[in-house]
Design a protein around this ligand. Sequence first.
Ligand SMILES: N[C@@H](CCC(=O)N[C@@H](CS)C(=O)NCC(=O)O)C(=O)O
Length: 208
Amino acid sequence: MYTLYYSPGSASMLVHLLLLEIGAPHELRRVDLDAGAQRDPAYLRLNPGGVVPTLIVDGAPRWETAALALLLAERHPEANLAPPPGSPARADYLQWMLYLANSLQPAFRWWFYPEAEGVAAEAVLAAARRRIEAAWDRLDAHLGAAGPYLLGAEVGAPDLYATMLMRWSRKMPRPATEWPHLAALAGRVKARPSWRRLYTIEGLTEWA
Ligand SMILES: N[C@@H](CCC(=O)N[C@@H](CS)C(=O)NCC(=O)O)C(=O)O
C-alpha cells in the first residue's frame, strides 16, 4: 500500500497517474498548497523541501517526482512503463526521463514562481518561456522522427511525464499543443483510462 501526498494537477499528478496505470493499492492525502499546508512542520518532516509529491513507500517518505516515477516503474515491471535494465531502449528511457526532470520541469518552477529566484520576475518569465519552448521543439522533432510515443511504438512513463508538463503550459502564450506531434501525444495519453480516472479523483476540469 502506497500513500501519496498530492495536490490536484501539480507534480504529484505523474505519480498518481503511474499508481493508476499500475493498479497499485494506494491512499491519497491532499496537501492544501494555497493554505500553505506544505510548510506545516509535520509535512516538512516527510518532505523537507515543502513540496508535493511525497510518496510513502514501505513506511518511508520518498520525494522528487522523477525519482518516484523511476522507482514505481522499477517496482512494477509488469506494468511495462519502462524498458527493462539492459534492454536497448533503456538508455532512451533514462535520457527522456532525466531530460524532462532536469531541463523542462525546473523551467516550469521559474514560470509559476518567478519571484522565488530573487531577480526581476520578467527576466525569469522570459527565460522560462525560452527554455520551455526549446524543449517542445526538441520533443516534437523527436516524436516526428521516432514516435508516436517518446520510446517509439509503446506508451511509457516518459509520455505520462511529458503530458503532465504539457498540461502545465495550457495558459502560456504558446501551449505545447501548438506543436503537432506533441498535440497527438497528448491526445493519446488523455484517452487513457488512467488520465480520465485521475481527472475524476482530483476534480480537474481544464484541459480534459
Ligand atoms: N523537484 C520537485 C518539485 C516539486 C514542486 O515544485 N511541487 C510544487 C507543485 S507542482 C509545490 O509543491 N509547490 C508548493 C511550494 O513550492 O510551496 C519534484 O519534482 O518533486
